[in-house]
Design a protein around this ligand. Structure first.
Ligand code: ZN
Length: 366
């Protein structure tokens, strides 16, 4: 069942697409600009719109930019990597129309798109955050479709390239710098179980166990919080609080970042263990899979799998990161387990074994 849902959710469309498309639909976008000389050999690039896609399965991002042209043209792209990475698309025999202006993006896939006249062509330059390979982009044209009221189009697809992991991991836990983030704390209790047990209590207890175990194995552990408190401050916004936590990892240049949470759902029957990751490099999913396997071995709860998510602390940390949901605090049986020191210790051992398993696997990539 879950696989089907994931397939259906494979691409989530950015809001920008709908907004721009609606605007484009209200305007006859393929009409030549007013004042365009009759017999002018240059066609016009009349409208530009775009969509951001995120693959739910891998977290990989993609940008699609569509340019409407007043007639059939040829288009091709070339990648330039120095001094900064760029994709330059040439749309032959066109000039950018009046409504076509440079675009600025969030920098995930593309930072900026600019439109320039180059001889009799339009040169469309995509400033990129990272260099792309030929397999990371595609430039193609679509014929006009009178029935659908669609003009001739030039389409540019760009995938966000996964950064080449410049991490090089050795096997074992010794000397590893590991940030442990006990979820919630202080003014934020996290989820609360039917018997009023609080998520922030179990996350800290397990984090402290994990710290002990890791230090015994020779790792250096940095905790985002050592006790029951907010990391940024009690009056922080959610983003400030989460940024404070991921900054601990980034500032210490930690090898890995692990956030510990307990799950909650409206249906008290929901239960099980889940590990979340955001695929920044190959290592994120590798770490999440290793943790999930070891947590299931340790706790023997329902295996909800290693899944991708957009959570701030796993996305904005610069090192491999994972967020574990130990069990459902909203499930009366699992709430009881979460509050018991025996189960807490079992899951702590599971986490430590999972991390060890990850470093062993990652070392084999070297
Ligand atoms: Zn939580």
């Amino acid at each position: 069942m879950r696989k089907i849902v994931l397939l259906l959710l494979l691409t989530l469309f950015g809001v920008s697409w709908l907004g721009i498309d609606a605007a484009a639909a209200a305007m006859p976008s393929a009409k030549p600009a007013v004042g365009q000389a009759v017999g002018s050999k240059n066609l016009e690039l009349s409208q530009v719109r775009w969509a951001n896609h995120t693959e739910a399965l891998t977290g990989a991002a993609k940008l699609r930019l569509v340019m409407d042209v007043s007639g059939p043209v040829k288009a091709s792209g070339v990648v330039i990597n120095a001094p900064t990475p760029r994709l330059v698309v040439t749309v032959t025999g066109t000039t950018p129309g009046k409504g076509v202006a440079d675009l600025t993006f969030d920098g995930q896939v593309v930072e900026k798109v600019s439109f320039d006249i180059s001889g009799t062509d339009t040169k469309v330059t995509f400033d990129l955050p990272l260099k792309v390979e030929a397999s990371d982009y595609k430039v193609f044209t679509l014929p006009s479709d009178a029935k659908a009221n669609k003009p001739f189009r030039v389409v540019v697809d760009i995938n966000k390239p996964l950064p080449l992991p410049d991490f090089s991991f050795t096997a074992g836990l010794k000397n590893k710098v590991i940030v442990i983030d006990p979820g919630h704390g202080g003014s934020d209790s996290g989820a609360i179980g039917p018997s009023r047990y609080q998520e922030k209590t179990v996350t800290l207890a397990v984090a402290q166990n994990v710290q002990d175990l890791l230090e015994k194995a020779g790792a250096k552990v940095i905790m985002t919080r050592q006790d029951d408190r907010d990391v940024f401050g009690s009056n922080a916004t959610d983003v400030e609080e989460l940024k404070a936590r991921s900054s601990v990892g980034n500032n210490y240049k930690a090898d890995i970042f692990l956030s510990i949470h307990a799950d909650s759902f409206s249906n008290p029957a929901a239960g099980g263990t889940t590990t979340y990751y955001y695929q920044k490099t190959l290592y994120d999913s590798m770490m999440a899979e290793a943790l999930q396997t070891s947590l299931i071995e340790a706790g023997n709860l329902q295996d909800r799998g290693a899944r991708t998510a957009n959570f701030y602390v796993i996305k904005r940390t610069q090192m491999p990161a994972a967020l574990v949901e130990l069990a459902f605090i909203s499930n009366p049986n699992e709430e009881k387990l979460l509050s018991s020191p025996g189960f807490q210790q079992k899951m702590s051992l599971g986490i430590v074994r999972g991390l060890e398993r990850f470093f062993d696997q990652a070392a084999k990539l070297n």
